[in-house]
Ligand binder design. Structure first.
Ligand code: ADP
Ligand code: MG
Length: 339
């Protein structure tokens, strides 16, 4: 009998790996925005066409890439963010797997222009379905301008699974809002089919919340702050009277990374017990700063799940911080929305 096992071509391997990272246009938005943040950008522009089905473009003013790094950035497991396994427990960046660009380039047509401050000329590279198309010098501003066109053009089966434009756009805006709330220190602009959807100046968190959700949030925020040797909690919760019947907007970040944690969500909503009617949901935007050695963020490809070494401690600190915030908000100084 003949042997039957063979290695998959890079092309197919990349396409399979891409399925983990890229489910829909919103996944591309998330990865590109996170790369822009990791590149220390202060201003990020997101341009969308047809709910991301024909174009997702992110333009940042971050550190940019060298000619070689630009080429390398599309290799699988190629990253500037970690190098040893110890680094996995000291992660301060959004990315670290080195998979996003390789995955995106496996299932789309990608063009990037990038320049570092120290380089006079930048570099422009294109890659389609993992196939390198060319790279040449280009004059371009400092930072990175990355275009992802026609997502899943080469995987019709996946393209077929995309939802209607409004649904895909909703996913994109959800991802955008998470990043915008996690990084108020970064300015953002968002355009969809040439219409401006957001223009958010860099700001403090309270102003960012109002800029994202609207002026009526001004009167509804209670500051939440708690510093312990294990974690530092900061952010805002909605005052109890602002709780809504519809599941409110609830954002929980760990070291500025959006996390889904039913357990910690329960700590927060539980703190509202007795202050809001049954079936109402409080608003919150909370960030926990914790030494990365106490968390494992490497348990989920989208990195939206996380493990703490002492989850119970986080639960009780969080709960007490929120209780204090809603108990004493009348006494706290008014929030400065101007800066
Ligand atoms: P990861 O973010 O996990 O490192 P990516 O595939 O998203 O993996 O990116 C690969 C590498 O390309 C990054 O480590 C970074 O060095 C570089 N890179 C990606 N996007 C940008 C950007 N917007 N600005 C500067 N460098 C970038
Ligand atoms: Mg990345």
């Amino acid at each position: 009998m003949m042997d039957i096992i063979h290695l998959l071509s890079d092309n197919i391997a990349n396409q399979i790996a891409a399925g983990e990272v890229v489910q829909r246009p919103a996944s591309v938005v998330k990865e590109l925005l996170e790369n822009a943040i990791d590149a220390k950008s202060s201003m990020v522009k997101l341009i969308i066409k047809d709910s991301g089905k024909t174009l997702v473009q992110v333009i940042d003013n971050g550190v940019g890439m060298s000619v070689t790094d630009c080429r390398m950035s599309f290799e699988r497991h190629a990253t500037s963010k970690i190098s040893t396994s110890e680094d996995l427990f000291a992660i301060r960046t959004m990315g670290f797997r080195g998979e996003a660009l390789a995955s995106i380039a496996a299932v789309a047509q990608v063009e990037v222009r990038t320049r570092r401050e120290e380089d006079e000329l930048g570099t422009s590279l294109s890659i389609e379905g993992s196939e390198f198309k060319g790279q040449e010098p280009v004059s371009t501003p400092v930072g990175t301008n990355l275009m992802v066109k026609n997502l899943f053009y080469n995987v019709p089966a996946r393209r077929k699974f995309l939802k209607t434009n409004p649904v895909e756009m909703k996913h994109i805006l959800d991802e955008f809002q998470r990043v915008a709330l996690a990084h108020p220190e970064v300015g953002f602009e968002v355009y969809h089919n040439d219409i401006e959807l957001y223009k958010l100046p860099e700001a403090k968190l309270a102003k960012r919340i109002v800029d994202v959700f609207g002026k009526n949030y001004r009167q509804q925020l209670a500051a939440c702050e708690e510093n312990t040797s294990y974690v530092n909690i900061s952010g805002y919760v909605g005052k109890p009277e602002a709780a809504k019947k519809t599941r409110g907007d609830q954002y929980f970040f760990i070291n500025h990374r959006f996390i889904k944690s039913p357990y910690l969500h329960h700590a927060i909503t539980g703190a509202f017990e007795g202050t809001i009617p049954d079936g109402h949901h409080p608003f919150y935007v909370l960030n926990i700063e914790i030494d990365p050695s106490h968390v494992d963020i490497n348990i989920h490809p989208q990195k939206t799940e996380i493990k703490f070494d002492d989850e119970k401690a986080v639960y009780s600190i969080l709960r007490s911080a929120v209780r204090q915030a809603i108990g004493v908000y009348n006494l706290t100084p008014s929030i400065d929305f101007e800066s």
